[in-house]
Design a protein around this ligand. Sequence first.
Ligand code: ATP
Ligand code: MG
Length: 331
Amino acid sequence: MSNVIELRSVRRSFVTKPDLADRIATAFGAKSSARVLRAVDGVDLEIAQGEVLGLVGESGCGKSTLGRIVAGILPQDSGEVFFNDRPIVNKTQQKDGSGLGVQMVFQNPAAALDPRQSIVDTITEAPIAHGLIKRSEARGFAIEALKRVGLRDDALDRYPHQFSGGQRQRICIARALAVDPSVVICDEAVASLDVSIQAQIINLFLDLRDKLNLSYLFISHDISVVEHVSDRIAVMYLGQIVELAPTEELLENPQHPYTKALLAEVPGLDKRLTDEPGLEGELPSPLSPPTGCRFHPRCPIATQDCRSQAPRLESTAPGHQVACLLAEKNS
Ligand SMILES: Nc1ncnc2c1ncn2[C@@H]1O[C@H](COP(=O)(O)OP(=O)(O)OP(=O)(O)O)[C@@H](O)[C@H]1O
Ligand SMILES: [Mg+2]
């Protein structure tokens, strides 16, 4: 299988404003207070044609930052992102529509839609702007786009507020697909919806993947959402991928203590893991990540080495990679 997306050593930092404590320290003579937060800190990842890659991890670990880099709406500081073997051109710089191949669906469909734009305009704006369809074709095109996501053509001349949350997310999906992408980044795309609606939207994503041979980066803080859709799952912690494996393998044979702790917190997911301790302590600030293995302060099995040595992502079984000094290497 060929890869539609490849990331090589991707990094992205943000310079944060000084908080109150910083300002007081500066007032008492401490040096510069601008601080650098490493949101994504050296990520290598591939997404195969037609694959659903799940990305999980706690709030603030860098999932959305990574998703926005892959979608070309946020430039990385360093490293490379390839789409079909060609570097992704950031959407703020490109004018020729070459970045249309990767589209994004967000958590909050109400905020993602312009309340003053009718549904037909919402769906056809980008394909008209990029010359994919003519203005005279807009209505027919939008009817087909709506049908694809399970909405009727009487939606055409209505406005976002006239729809439910689930229907609005269907409209966002129709809009994303209107430029014929091959990769869709779904960033917490069902998190704002009722549980019963979540299942419908997840099924729609899977159905569309089969029909259109799409690939997804499916981002969620909730591993029980991701496990239903993903072929493989990547686990992220403080800006880095700590474990990556086919879904079944990750659920049945997790190697990283962080993955085990995440799984232990999912009710009824795997009985064997209920013996594992859940997550202890707070997520450390990405402004000053721990030395060595970033998970060591919360890790139940950390040794002295873990405090000083940063583990690399290494294979423990075919297709299974783990960044832990204590993981058993079987291959
Ligand atoms: N534009 C920005 N300016 C400054 N800091 C940012 C910016 N965007 C993200 N961050 C910081 O980068 C880190 C990663 O944020 P990101 O939104 O990627 O996390 P996330 O995993 O998507 O979290 P969540 O599950 O809450 O959506 C966080 O510490 C966040 O505060
Ligand atoms: Mg996010």
